[in-house]
Design a protein around this ligand. Structure first.
Ligand SMILES: Cc1cc2nc3c(=O)[nH]c(=O)nc-3n(C[C@H](O)[C@H](O)[C@H](O)COP(=O)(O)OP(=O)(O)OC[C@H]3O[C@@H](n4cnc5c(N)ncnc54)[C@H](O)[C@@H]3O)c2cc1C
Length: 234
């Protein structure tokens, strides 16, 4: 016998041997696949069990958490020393935050911020609105929550007048805000240095609406130029 071998007491060629070997391998692979499937299914069942047990544990043992921070600690009017901060920009916000840190162990000092908008404007990024690199909502950040977390109260109101005798700030809506100590942090207005026509014809950049107006104007000019160029070509 020049070729072949003995299989199951019979004689078979190399071709037959390789077919038998392939079949044996296929059977082994199938068995291996089934074992892996069982293992995967087992792991999945264990994982689901763990998740379900953890879910139940949280449901039974965890205290319900408030979805929002609690509001003002005590109404501002009830404090012996009331500090009223008018303006919630860089200066006003920093004053409130610092006061919060300095008076956190005292219950005789209360402070309130009033601002004409309910958001803080991060001025250094305003130029990014004009170039369309930054969205307005990323430049204007909500004030109320951050201030309450610092221990302050917040009201959206616009200052109209201060009665120094009565120690009261009057707002445009008619509401009055009493104080024992007053911080005025109202920022600044644009200066035109008396140059004729500047105030009437320029758009200042002291408002988010101004920034959006400039951005939209620039885009409009580019669109007009594109149309004009198309007309020239036709
Ligand atoms: C476009 C721009 C870019 C700037 N970039 C930079 C920079 O890159 N780096 C830098 O160091 N400085 C920069 N500055 C300057 C910086 O923003 C100011 O120095 C800083 O904002 C001053 O802080 P403030 O608290 O005095 O005023 P503001 O931050 O302007 O805050 C004043 C607050 O008072 C409120 N307010 C005003 N009037 C009333 C009213 N009657 N009643 C109630 N609330 C009122 C306003 O709504 C505002 O929230 C920039 C300024 C501008 C305009």
């Amino acid at each position: 016998m020049a070729e072949g071998g003995v299989a199951g007491g019979g004689v078979c060629s190399y071709g037959e041997q390789s077919i038998i070997l392939t079949s044996l391998l296929q059977v082994k692979e199938r068995e291996h696949g089934e074992r892996m499937n069982k293992l995967l299914k087992g792991s999945l069942v264990v994982a689901c069990g763990v998740v379900a047990v953890e879910g139940l544990r949280r449901l039974v043992y965890t205290e319900p958490q408030p979805r929002k921070d609690p509001g003002e600690r005590v109404p501002y009017a009830e404090f012996d020393n009331r500090v009223l901060i008018v303006g919630g920009g860089f200066a006003g916000f920093t004053t409130a935050k610092t006061l919060g840190e300095l008076t956190k162990d005292r219950d005789d000092v209360g402070f309130m911020v009033i601002n004409k908008e309910n958001f803080f404007t991060y001025w250094p990024m305003v130029a990014g609105i004009i170039s369309s690199d930054v969205e307005t909502k990323n430049v204007a950040q909500p004030l109320r929550r951050a201030l309450i977390q610092s221990g302050a109260s917040f009201r959206r109101a616009e200052l109209e007048d201060v009665d120094l005798e009565q120690k009261v700030v009057k707002s445009t809506s008619g509401l009055e805000f009493p104080y024992d100590h007053l911080v005025l942090a109202l920022g600044s207005d644009p200066a035109f240095f008396g140059v004729p026509g500047v105030e009437e014809h320029c758009i200042s950049m002291k408002d988010l609406a101004d920034a959006e107006l400039i951005r939209n104007r620039v885009i409009e000019r580019f669109e007009e130029i594109t149309l004009a160029r198309d007309e020239d070509r036709s």
